[in-house]
Design a protein around this ligand. Sequence first.
Ligand code: E4P
Length: 217
Amino acid sequence: MKFFIDTASLAQIKEANELGILDGVTTNPSLMAKEGIKGKDAVFNHYKTICEMVNGDVSAEVTTVTFNEMIEEGKKLRAIHPNIVVKIPMIKDGVKAIRWLTEHDIPVNCTLCFSAGQAILAAKAGAKYISPFIGRIDDSGWDGVQLIEQIVKIYKVQGFKTKVLAASIRNPNHIVQCAEAGADVCTCPLEPILGLLKHPLTDIGLAKFMEDAKKSA
Ligand code: E4P
C-alpha cells in the first residue's frame, strides 16, 4: 500500500518525506485555505513547490463544477508539473470530465466518493484513483472501512484498473484496516502516520536497552 500525505503544509510534507516512506500528496481547497494560500498564482506556485519536494503523484483539486470549466482547469493544473493528478468531484459533469481528461492523458483522482456505485462510475470513466472518504463515513454513523473492502472486491472481480485511495483517515487504526482491506493507497495527515510508530512496550523496551547498554559501555 502506498502512503500519501493529505495536507498542503510544506512542513508536514517535509517531515513525512524525510521518514522515507512518502509516495505522494493529496490536497483539497480546504487544506489550501488552511495554509493561507490565496489567489490562483499562489495556489499554482504552491503545487509546484510540493511537486518539487516529493517524488510521486500530487493531487490538485479543481474549484469548478461544470464540464467545460473542469477540463479547462484540469489542463492548467496538469501543466504545472508531470506529477500532477487532477482531482475531480463525483458529480455528473465530473464523470464526463474524468472521461475527457483520461482520454487526453491527464490522470484523475475522483474525489468525494461515499458509495460503491460512485466507485464503479469513476472506474468506468477511467479514473486513475478513486477516493472514498472513510472518516467522514464513520462520522455519519456508517462503516468507512467496509466501503473500502467492497470497492476493492468489486474492482478485483470486474478487473477495473482504478486504484483505491482511502482518504479522510482519522487514526493509525484506519491505516492498518485499509492495508488489510487491500487499499492501493491511503492518504492521511501526518499525525496518524506518526501514530503508527507508537507502542508503549517499544518505549519501555528501549529505555531498558539504553540503561543496560551503559553497564557494558
Ligand atoms: C482526500 O483527498 C481529502 O483531501 C481528505 O482525505 C478529506 O479528509 P477529511 O475528511 O479529514 O477532510
